[in-house]
Ligand binder design. Sequence first.
Ligand SMILES: NC(=O)c1ccc[n+]([C@@H]2O[C@H](COP(=O)([O-])OP(=O)(O)OC[C@H]3O[C@@H](n4cnc5c(N)ncnc54)[C@H](O)[C@@H]3O)[C@@H](O)[C@H]2O)c1
Length: 252
Amino acid sequence: MNRFSGKTALVTGAASGIGAATARLLAAQGARVLLVDIADEAGEQVAAEINGSGGEAAYLHGDVGSAAAWTAARDEVARRFGRLDVLHANGPGRVVDARPLHEMPEEDWDRQIGVSLKAAYLAAHTFCPMLAGNRGAIVITSSVHAHTGVPGCGPYAAAKGGLQSLARQLAVDYAPDVRVNVVVPGPTMSAAWDAIGADGRAATVRETPAGRFGRPDEVAAAVAFLASDEASFITGACLNVDGGWSVSTSSS
Ligand SMILES: NC(=O)c1ccc[n+]([C@@H]2O[C@H](COP(=O)([O-])OP(=O)(O)OC[C@H]3O[C@@H](n4cnc5c(N)ncnc54)[C@H](O)[C@@H]3O)[C@@H](O)[C@H]2O)c1
């Protein structure tokens, strides 16, 4: 399938997990892809794999919470591609320890919001004009934490819920020139689960009607759909890719 033939894409958090799977899939479907991450070795490796399998990709170091990194990404996209069609605004997961808010230092709150919610502002602020020129699409990665409280995850939940509200707002502000949608993953096997022990993983599987973790490529398929012309009448939408986790009573 070459549904992104002639198109260009920027994927952040692209060195592993969902971002890497999206970069691989968009490239396999014809897009030229710029990968942005802070894990340089892994990011370079994903780009090299894509190039080695007939795709076209490059890697750029960039912290999604930094305005300067977004400016550098815009300069690189302009230099390398001259246009942008697809932006997958995908970042790290929870970057601070889980604890109730009264025990949470202000810097933890700022860090999570800064790397999750502010990154989406920076993405839109930096790239909407360029995307608008090509009737482009943004897909933002949220989480089922936006809808369901999980103990100790206040700033992560607030950021992920805020991303969904922000996407709806952007969909209105930039219509009809830029479509903005959200992918809402549930438990997806990636490095994000490395720190969770076997018991925690087994409990998560029990909570998930599909009876297993999702794979990053299953989330990437939803991102690619939302970014493609097949979704040309879809904007401001949130698509759960969670094996039924968010509609199951056992997850709440
Ligand atoms: N895995 C899950 O179960 C799950 C569930 C719901 C939502 N999500 C969301 O999916 C997104 C991707 O998570 P994943 O599971 O693929 O995790 P992952 O850890 O495999 O990938 C995250 C990537 O982000 C990069 N990164 C970290 N800090 C960064 C920064 N400041 N700037 C740029 N890149 C940075 C990491 O180096 C890594 O490559 C996250 O936003 C997460 O909240 C994941």
